[in-house]
Design a binder for this molecule. Structure first.
Ligand SMILES: NC(=O)c1ccc[n+]([C@@H]2O[C@H](COP(=O)([O-])OP(=O)(O)OC[C@H]3O[C@@H](n4cnc5c(N)ncnc54)[C@H](OP(=O)(O)O)[C@@H]3O)[C@@H](O)[C@H]2O)c1
Length: 317
């Protein structure tokens, strides 16, 4: 249970990846400023978290079951928090989906929105009224750089994160009136199970319904580039955890927080041309005309990343 003066932080999706590392980092805060409620949909998956938390488990870190796709589970979880009092809600749980659109069923697409979009809304609806009443609180959403710039073959995943960005842009204004802060964290690629699940999923799939050219572009052009980009630019879940801690501790937290400076130019390119043509053509040329997307995008990103753009990111260090 939280001690007097400690902030209560509830995080969704803590069985692996970014959620797990955020829970551990915050629970191990040297000044013991936080009590972390790490949640996951299946507590059988708790071992990695418990091991990483060490002594903090049972002291500054406790566990609760929570499936963001289940309204009853969300309500039960929040009812189990003392006085339903949460100072910081971190919406982290999410799933990916990549591949040719023709081969993805409507049910798979709906599952992505159920988790990444409606899952966050379920959480916010449950926690926000109390924050508004108390005139205080911080809601954090782990979005993605793909919530700001679409990436080929990630159509539905990017759409779910774009939807979240739009939703939060609207809500942030209202919440400010109640002294409740809303922040988005926008990582680029991060080495977690997310990436492994994507690669495994892709290697097992046949892509029924997609024409051979599309399957070829996906498997032989996009995928190798994507793997290269993960390898060259990927951050660690600890990087994202440190960025998020900084946002929690900032005296004036920003609404948008890109975590990887190498992605700032890509977002800047989008806003530099309101017709959208620059981004669409740049991505087209990188993928289809210039051979290895990896090499070109790396060069472009390094070239474009100057000090002024870096200052728009929240650095993990
Ligand atoms: N990795 C990246 O490259 C990257 C980049 C940008 C943004 N992000 C975002 O970062 C967040 C965390 O992803 P990650 O990279 O840490 O991936 P991860 O290791 O796969 O972790 C995802 C977590 O979400 C949980 N989850 C999935 N569906 C859930 C549900 N219905 N209810 C509760 N929990 C659920 C998973 O739990 P189970 O163990 O039960 O499946 C897991 O704990 C996601 O929102 C993702 O979109 C990731």
């Amino acid at each position: 249970m939280a001690q007097p003066g400690q902030k209560v932080i509830l995080i969704t999706g803590c069985s692996s990846g970014i959620g797990l590392r955020m829970a551990v980092l915050l629970a191990k805060d040297e000044q013991k400023r936080y009590h972390v409620i790490a949640t996951m949909r299946d507590l059988k998956r708790k071992d990695k978290l418990v091991e990483a938390a060490g002594d903090a488990y049972g002291k500054t870190l406790s566990l609760l079951t929570l499936d963001v796709c289940n309204e009853e589970s969300v309500k039960q979880c929040i009812d189990n928090v003392k006085d339903r009092h949460i100072d910081v809600l971190i919406n982290n749980a999410g799933i990916g989906l990549v591949g040719p659109l023709e081969s993805i069923s409507m049910d798979e697409m709906k599952k992505v929105f159920e988790t990444n979009f409606f899952g966050v809304i379920r959480m916010i609806k449950e926690v926000m009224p109390d924050m508004k009443r108390r005139r205080g609180g911080h809601i954090i959403v782990i979005s993605s750089v793909m919530g700001l710039q679409g990436v080929v073959f990630n159509d539905v995943y990017a759409a779910s994160k774009f939807a979240m960005e739009g939703f939060c842009e609207c809500l942030a204004v209202q919440l400010l009136k109640f002294n409740v802060i809303l922040s988005m964290i926008e990582p680029g690629p991060v080495h977690t199970e997310f990436e492994m699940k994507m690669i495994q999923d892709v290697s097992q799939k046949e892509y029924p319904g997609a024409d051979p050219d599309t399957v070829h572009y996906f498997k032989n052009v996009y995928l190798p580039s994507s793997v290269d980009i993960f390898e060259a630019l990927g951050q660690t879940p600890d990087d994202i955890a440190r960025c998020t801690k900084k946002v929690i501790e900032a005296s004036n937290p920003r609404f948008r927080n890109l975590t990887n400076p190498l992605y700032t130019p890509i977002v800047a390119m989008k806003y530099a041309d309101e017709t959208g043509g620059l981004s669409v053509k740049a991505f087209y040329h990188m993928l289809f005309n210039m051979g290895g997307l990896m090499h070109v995008s790396m060069t472009a990103m390094k070239y474009l990343t100057c000090g002024c753009l870096r200052s728009r990111t929240v650095s993990p260090n």
